[in-house]
Design a protein around this ligand. Structure first.
Ligand SMILES: *[C@@H]1O[C@H](CO)[C@@H](O)[C@H](O)[C@H]1NC(C)=O
Ligand SMILES: *[C@@H]1O[C@H](CO)[C@@H](O)[C@H](O)[C@H]1NC(C)=O
Ligand SMILES: *[C@@H]1O[C@H](CO)[C@@H](O)[C@H](O)[C@H]1NC(C)=O
Ligand SMILES: *[C@@H]1O[C@H](CO)[C@@H](O)[C@H](O)[C@H]1NC(C)=O
Length: 487
């Protein structure tokens, strides 16, 4: 990975890895779609493509950091309900957001959530059921740790405390929950997986005096068996009490940066259960027990994985005897990043986001409008790319989650975009997908119709019973929004 390569790529995005211009631009709409990856296989396998992407993100964050004082001058917390009126929520310059059908309930800057680095990343949620109802908590990833907040019934938040990073600060932190425990990984070397007992957040004194939990006594456990302690993402197979740490470098380790499967049936004693390294580096995944139409696999534990240059499906039923069911490349593949099944019971369709197609204008993303890839997964051994959805605006897509027929897409510079995908079985081409709401947390690129750049919304959690949706913006903080439309 040389400096020259970075420069070459950033200057000539359409000519990445020397592909002739017309080969990139004229790939057409053929079916089956012609598969021409962005880069040669060894550039993916070596980590060069991933390294490039991480570098682009770090560069973007450094630019924001350098200009933060002027750029985000008016960035105060918004603690009042701020409805989306006439296409905007808010009134102050730099703290006003374009929107449709989503009202703002609160905005809290990272600094007010105890972060010194003031930069966010992943987010997840925890719902606690009590006799008289439920309480909702957001776990907000930041460069220097994880902030814990309660999302109150009013949509305001109460900051309760934080768990610092285990070792260094890092742009990448990822969080998932099983039961009453959060599992937190990071790209920071030596970090491992922190296990945090979320019932600690029920202590009423925290709302008055937020606490910095100690790495020694504030955690339920620490999993220290990742090869270098770093991981890119944390995946939760809730039904089986399995956590998968993925993208754990180095790539030449025995698990090849694949799925490192951790048994958390006793959260206070996480143990290595096995590995799935057959297809090398796994960037992100969704692991579920299979109930779909492929009869042979009913009851099998499946991971749908996003492996840079492919969509790969694993059988992880026996963590000590895992296997690959299929590895499929696709039209426009540039960086297979993350995805989610449309329906966790049916498991017939899946939506995938590619993180570099908009940057390099590959395939359907040739105009940099965010592309969501639609897969028919009824045959796990032969998933079929059936179409795509193209966003009305430009931006890179990051994480997406599906809930009750709507895809909640965290699309960096264009913020949270909610797409009604309930038509997928009738029309798997995506022709009937429709955006029903958005909340754009990065106003700076609105005037130019959006840009395929790395800033804005990192992730979203849409599963709270109250309907509050929490969005973590890289440079700003935590947004709590709620759908106000009539669908
Ligand atoms: C983008 O691709 C579409 C077909 O998917 C094609 O009609 C269009 O001309 C392409 N645009 C550019 C700028 O290449
Ligand atoms: C993280 O960054 C902050 C702000 O620069 C700094 O104060 C803190 O010491 C850093 N933490 C670690 C563990 O390096
Ligand atoms: C793995 O790769 C690293 C460089 O990233 C190298 O230092 C190390 O020797 C390699 N280990 C093996 C077992 O090949
Ligand atoms: C899935 O893996 C398990 C464990 O190795 C194996 O017993 C089972 O036959 C596999 N399922 C299918 C459908 O191949």
């Amino acid at each position: 990975m040389t400096r020259l390569t970075w420069q070459f790529l950033s200057l000539l995005p359409a000519l990445a890895w020397g592909l002739p211009n017309d080969e990139i631009l004229n790939r057409g709409e053929e079916h089956p779609f012609i598969h021409v990856p962005l880069a040669p296989p060894d550039a993916y396998a070596s980590g060069e493509v991933h390294g490039l992407m991480m570098q682009m993100l770090e560069t973007s964050i450094a630019e924001i950091e350098a200009n933060m004082d002027t750029l985000l001058l008016n960035l105060h917390a918004i603690t009042e309900y701020t409805p989306c009126v006439g296409g905007y929520a808010g009134t102050e310059e730099g703290n006003t957001y374009s929107c449709n059908n989503l009202d703002l309930y609160s905005f809290t800057p990272h600094a007010d959530l105890g972060s010194k680095t003031k930069m966010g990343n992943d987010i997840w949620g925890w719902t606690h059921t009590e006799e008289d109802g439920t309480r909702e908590f957001a776990l907000v990833g930041q460069r220097d740790g994880t902030a814990f907040v309660e999302v109150l019934p009013t949509g305001q938040v109460s900051y309760l405390g934080r768990l610092p990073t285990q070792t260094d600060n890092s742009t990448w932190r990822d969080i998932k929950v099983i039961g009453n425990y959060a599992y937190i990984g990071s790209e920071a070397l030596g970090h491992g997986v922190q296990v945090f007992d979320l019932t600690k957040l029920l202590d009423p004194s925290l709302a008055i005096a937020p606490q910095e939990f100690s790495l020694e006594t504030g955690v339920a456990a620490h999993y220290g068996e990742l090869p270098l302690g770093a991981s890119h993402n944390i995946v939760a197979h809730e039904q089986k009490n399995i956590i998968a740490a993925v993208g754990a470098i180095p790539r030449n380790h025995s698990c090849a940066s694949g799925l490192i499967l951790i048994d958390v049936s006793d959260p206070t004693n996480p143990t290595t259960a096995g590995c799935a390294g057959q297809d090398g580096y796994v960037h992100d995944a969704q692991c579920l027990t299979y109930y779909g139409p492929h009869i042979e696999y009913v009851g099998t534990d499946i991971c749908y994985a996003f492996n840079e240059d492919s969509f790969t499906i694993y059988n992880i039923t026996d963590p000590k005897d895992t296997s690959v069911i299929s590895t499929t490349a696709y039209y426009g593949v540039s960086y297979s990043h993350q995805g989610w099944v449309v329906d966790e019971q049916e498991q017939s369709y899946l939506l995938l986001d590619d993180e570099l197609d908009e940057v390099y204008q590959s395939g359907w993303a040739n105009n940099s409008h965010t592309v969501t890839y639609i897969w028919d997964i009824k045959n796990l051994e032969k998933p079929v790319l059936t179409g795509h959805y193209s966003s009305p605006v430009k931006s890179i897509d990051h994480n997406l989650y599906v809930h009750n027929g709507w895809a909640y897409e965290s699309n960096y510079g264009s913020g949270l975009r909610i797409v009604d995908v309930s038509s997928v079985a009738q029309d798997p081409t995506g022709g009937s997908f429709k955006e029903v709401a958005f909340f754009d947390v990065h106003p700076e690129d609105d005037d130019v119709g959006g840009e395929a750049k790395f800033y804005g919304s990192w992730s979203v959690y849409p599963y709270f019973p109250s309907g509050y949706i929490v969005v973590n913006s890289i440079e700003r903080g935590l947004f709590v929004v709620k759908y106000n439309g009539s669908a």
